[in-house]
Design a protein around this ligand. Sequence first.
Ligand code: FAD
Ligand code: N01
Length: 539
Amino acid sequence: MKGPSAMDRATRLDALIVGAGFAGLYMLHKLRGMGFAARVVEAASGVGGTWYWNRYPGARCDVESMFYCYQFDDELSQEWEWTERYPAQPEILRYANHVADRFDLWPDIRLNTRVISAVYDETAAEWQVETDTGENFLSSHCIMATGCLSAANRPDFPGLDEFAGRVFHTGHWPHESVDFDGRRVGVVGTGSSAVQAIPEIAKEAARLTVFQRTASYVVPAKNRPLDPGEQADIKARYPEIRAAARKTFGGFAVPTGRESALSVSEEECRQVLERAWNHGGIGLLNSYIDFGIDEAANERAQAFVRDKIRETVEDPETAEKLLPRHTIGCKRLSLGDAYYATYNLPNVELVPLGEDGIGRIVADGLTAAGKDYRLDDLVLATGFDAMTGALARIDIRGRNGLALRKAWAAGPRMYLGLMTNGFPNLFTVTGPGSPSVLSNMMPTIEHHVEWIAACLGFLRDNGIREIEPGLAAQDAWVAHGNEVASRTLRYTCSSWYLGANVPGKPRVFMPYIGGMPSYMKKCAAVAAAGYEGFELTPA
Ligand code: FAD
Ligand code: N01
């Protein structure tokens, strides 16, 4: 418990929401509408979360714009006009600001304020929340809308501090425009952020060197301007399209095959993949039902994409280095229309990293794979401490002073990805153990926000002071999540889903891979049964 001085002038709330991304914005709107005293605290100087921070060149969404948006308000759905099939970061950020304006959210959002600790006072049944501005809060409930991909992973490369040039991380890109004209730029990483940034940086840089640890599978987005007629047609059919999307595994409105890739000839499989390739989008891996669970089926898709790489990249040696060898879809599939062709440009070089990875960084460059590279700028496209990173960076203490970092030392443990035993009245939007990053995150966020809001309404209506998952229900959910994951191919490679990208992080498959429909059904059944599996303490 904090001493009286830190909390003396604390603001008292029903719900403190941490984060002003799409989760925090909707959570605030929802709770205020129910008459709760709620406030959002956000470290950034603006709203939008992911789309505030990730301003790197080429940043855009890979869920189609018409579906990467809120569904909770029909007027909002109808009035907002998207300009491209896949929206670019500035457009999504404008949308987030439009939502904050439209629902008059600003008075209850504290920007430039980072939560540094949240400590549960068992006697008062409230969270004592401290921020870095000195503005503190006492709140009956605390809702972590801190994001799954918001804590940048900045590897501790030896000598990085000695580098005399500019260093950027894609997830913390500067607001002012960055000019690479005439410069020697090094990009570390070849995940989704790098795949989008590399073709753009290559257009300006005198020399671009890409340092690749693992080659990525990249499929075309086929981005294009959105035709107004097409947009009007989708809006007219929103209810039916969205209802159909909710029945799919990831809440995506993409066609999904019903048969095994092995039930058709290799030729037929290739024709289907070719159509999906030309259509563009992550739906390619939905062409057959077993790409995610059967290695032999998966190999057909792998071979198809490798052939595309060989066809696109003119230098056979470079093409060979770009060929991914792991299961396709095991790591997040990347979308990009110009990625592989960028390696045909004379100013672009690919450097596969050997076992030793990035060697020593010096003032004017670095050593990798036994060679020295002279660089003016270094772009770290090295991803995120995903799913648990943002929470671990806050000192969260539950019952008996138990630290969340300690409770999760062997990996995150949550019931339904919503709450953790030992941390009453603390909710997480899209936490580990929920479908979150394996889905179209807008409907997933809305689902969690609505479940949490309904839960707070239930607690208020029934005079319940504390809610917390029972240990048995939490253990059973974690075991179920692990069991479902172990039946899929996602479990088989060193991905950030498993925490493998962050040295020392426990290897646990963090999102729930049982699919949206069964997950939503379970959440609804739990609530309908009076929050089955949770322990409720009356006031
Ligand atoms: P975020 O948008 O991450 O917001 C969390 C906020 O919490 C941040 O603003 C952060 O500053 C704040 N915060 C964290 N800790 C603290 C603290 N201690 N104190 C105060 N504030 C704090 N998803 C898709 O479904 N489709 C896509 O195509 C897609 N593309 C993506 C592209 C990129 C480059 C990235 C990084 C992610 C992408 N995602 C995509 C996932 C994306 O994160 C989600 O779609 C969504 O934006 C998450 O919203 P959120 O509100 O949950 O979290
Ligand atoms: O991060 P990543 P990201 N030395 O972790 C490499 C979403 N997103 O920012 O694969 C050398 O995928 C690492 O290598 P390896 C999406 O969910 C969506 O690109 O670990 N290299 C990898 O190549 C995505 O999955 C879009 O071997 C190191 C890269 O850095 C998630 O955000 C766009 C290293 C990191 O790739 C994260 O994407 C962008 C080291 N020490 C992001 N550490 C859309 O298009 C890491 N790497 C929607």
